[in-house]
Ligand binder design. Structure first.
Ligand SMILES: C[S@@+](CC[C@H](N)C(=O)[O-])C[C@H]1O[C@@H](n2cnc3c(N)ncnc32)[C@H](O)[C@@H]1O
Length: 320
């Protein structure tokens, strides 16, 4: 096996922030917040995988069933000898379906912010696809990044599953789609988008009975304690994830259960009893509202696949 896979290439941006500076500025705000990309250290990525297997979390199994059902059609649209660039690649489970159906893929380039976890999952993908050129990249896809081109001509096809686009407010989502369009350099984007639906079902998906999503949310505090020598009491905060029907989004918070103070990087933060810290949004779209947004971001929305209960959608967007 290529030993370089043990060290994915890090691609940095001049605009790079880090957990400490982002957390300090988020907690200084009147409405406190923590950026959701910091969920994903090794433990956070593993907890997200556990969420994907929960009975309440319909998203992963529905999206995988759609990919399995339409893999031939999807990979025909991607074309032959493509480089598949996956944004926020996570466990790499879903791309296997595309790699199995793809026509002679030239390379697979998974990009993720969770570097140790990426190296771990890439090693097992490499063992199963020994002939595939793999280029794991560690980086933040919200920043201007140059993904180096492969030698020789290769069309790129983007893959952005898991409805990660929903973690961005509509303006930021559109900016991200524009950035991806430019990275893909004329290639199309296959993107998974969660749909508006019965609020009870949505609420259950982010408030599972086993409490795994609560652990995922609190991992932010545990990570800050470990990496930044903070002294958060994770039991002093509650996981709270209501559905805001007017804004079509799940909002995730850590709510302080008592009046408490926390030390972090030599600074002191006060939390009132009941004070929320916003940690994530998960926006839901209709098929039409997502296609409109993609068009405004410069894509031609082409094929769309959905399940019979219209829980989830996968879109093929072509670059204009
Ligand atoms: C919701 S999970 C989806 C994972 C996987 N794509 C799936 O469909 O199951 C989001 C993934 O994106 C990664 N991620 C989140 N924010 C990121 C960022 N700003 N830049 C790069 N990767 C990011 C996380 O580490 C995680 O693997």
């Amino acid at each position: 096996m290529d030993t370089n896979l043990a060290r994915a290439q890090t691609i940095a941006s001049a605009e790079q922030d880090n957990f400490a500076s982002s957390l300090l500025s988020g907690l200084r705000k009147t409405s406190k917040e923590i950026a959701c990309k910091y969920f994903y250290d090794q433990a956070g990525s593993e907890l997200f995988d556990a969420i994907c297997n929960l009975p309440e979390y319909y998203q992963t199994r529905t999206e995988m069933a759609l990919l399995n059902r339409h893999a031939e059609e999807i990979t025909a649209l991607m074309g032959e000898s493509v480089e598949i660039v996956e944004f926020g690649a996570g466990s790499l489970r879903k791309v296997r379906i595309l790699l199995d159906a793809a026509r002679n893929p030239k390379a697979y380039t998974p990009l993720d912010i969770s570097g140790d976890y990426l190296c771990h999952v890439v090693r097992s993908l490499a063992a199963d696809y020994p002939a595939l050129t793999l280029r794991p990249l560690v980086g933040d896809f919200t920043l201007p990044l140059e993904i180096p081109h492969l030698p020789g001509p290769a069309r790129r096809a983007g893959f952005f599953p898991g409805s990660t686009i929903g973690n961005f407010k509509p303006d930021a989502a559109m900016a991200l789609l524009r950035r991806m369009r430019s990275t893909l350099n004329g290639g199309g984007l296959l993107i998974g988008v969660d749909l508006v639906k019965d609020p009870v079902r949505l609420h259950a998906a982010y408030n599972d009975a086993a409490g795994v999503t609560a652990l995922f949310n609190k991992n932010l505090l545990i990570r800050a304690n470990r990496e930044l020598d903070a002294d958060f009491d994770p039991d002093g905060f509650a996981h709270y994830a209501p559905y805001n029907a007017a804004a079509h989004r799940i909002e995730m918070y850590l709510v302080s259960l008592k009046r408490q103070s926390v030390n972090l990087c030599g600074q002191h933060f006060e939390f009132a009893q009941g004070e929320p810290v916003h940690t994530e949004d998960s926006h839901k779209y209709t098929i039409e509202s997502f296609r409109e947004m993609a068009a405004r971001a410069g894509f031609n929305p082409r094929a769309v696949w959905t399940d019979q209960d219209r829980l989830f959608s996968i879109h093929w967007l072509e670059s204009r």
